[in-house]
Write a protein that binds this ligand. Structure first.
Ligand code: FE
Ligand code: FE
Ligand code: ZN
Length: 275
């Protein structure tokens, strides 16, 4: 199975390779740039080559990039919308120079303009960003539905895909904490939720699963990640997810509140639970 955690890109790409090895990961996720800003350091190709050799040696692959949180493709404000388009266009090119094949994106916030507006606006943005054939795929993340957040249900994601012209470049990242908070009961009815995902979006579009337990109860619409087994989802739920036949080829990424030693423990726990 492909399992790893989110890692800090602050000390460069090679450093992430070292950290992945340290925690026993065979994949990982990192931010394309400062998560709360839009400034990007120029890529250091020597550094990327060093990462690539660590990856090769240690069987690390299928690494995932995550776009900054502040991007909002659903915004009616012209400047916010334009910045999101510019950053995503840049990051599609930048990430194509790294071993990352995916960029996870929070769909956006409609800011009280309503979900219908948000869906069309996000698609308009994606139509500006995406071209016929991109090397890197954008993955829309399922969100908890706090505030005016888009992507709170599978239907919204489906509609965004429908309105996007080059939708071959679009996939989905499912976050376990977020969907449980959004009212998908993966604790008691994982198969039912996967059926629903498959009917509405299609499981072939699902590439990455964020494995996070949750500090808040079912259907809370909150977004508070918890360590695996310590939250409202519980360890059994994760055992079911990682052993589900329909999810066997997905990439699993931990975004739990942990230091490296904690990630190392969780990766080991999950590997041990793999049947
Ligand atoms: Fe995310
Ligand atoms: Fe996530
Ligand atoms: Zn989250």
């Amino acid at each position: 199975m492909k399992i790893g955690s989110h890692l800090s890109v602050a000390k460069g790409y090679k450093k992430m390779g070292d950290m992945a090895v340290e925690i026993g990961a065979n994949t990982f996720q990192f931010f394309t740039r400062n998560p709360r800003g839009t400034k990007a350091k120029a890529l250091d190709f020597k550094d990327i080559e060093k990462l690539e050799s660590i990856m090769k040696k240690n069987d690390i692959s299928d690494i995932v990039a995550h776009a900054p949180y502040i991007l909002n493709l659903a915004s009616h404000k012209e400047d916010t919308f334009e910045i999101a388009i510019r950053v995503l266009k840049e990051d599609l090119i930048r990430m194509s120079e790294t071993p990352a094949g995916y960029i996870v994106l929070h769909p956006g916030n409609h800011l009280k303009k309503g979900p219908e507006y948000g869906i069309k606006r996000i698609s308009e943005g994606l139509n500006n960003v995406l071209d016929e054939k991109e090397e890197v795929m954008i993955l829309l993340e399922t969100m908890s539905g706090k505030g005016t957040e888009m992507g709170r249900n599978f239907e919204e994601i489906r509609e965004i895909i429908n309105y996007t012209e080059y939708s071959d470049n679009l996939g989905v990242c499912l976050d376990t904490c977020h969907i449980y908070s959004a009212g998908y009961d993966i604790v008691n009815n994982l198969e039912g939720v996967l059926d629903e995902f498959d009917t509405i979006i299609g499981l072939d579009r699902l590439k990455v699963i964020h494995l996070n337990d949750s500090m808040t109860e079912f259907n809370s619409n909150k977004d508070r990640h918890q360590k695996i087994g310590d939250g409202s989802l519980g360890f059994e739920t994760f055992v079911n997810i990682i052993n589900n036949q329909r999810l066997k080829d997905k990439i699993f990424i931990l975004e739990t509140p942990n230091e490296l030693s904690g990630y190392r423990r969780e990766i080991e726990m999950i590997r041990n639970a793999k049947k």
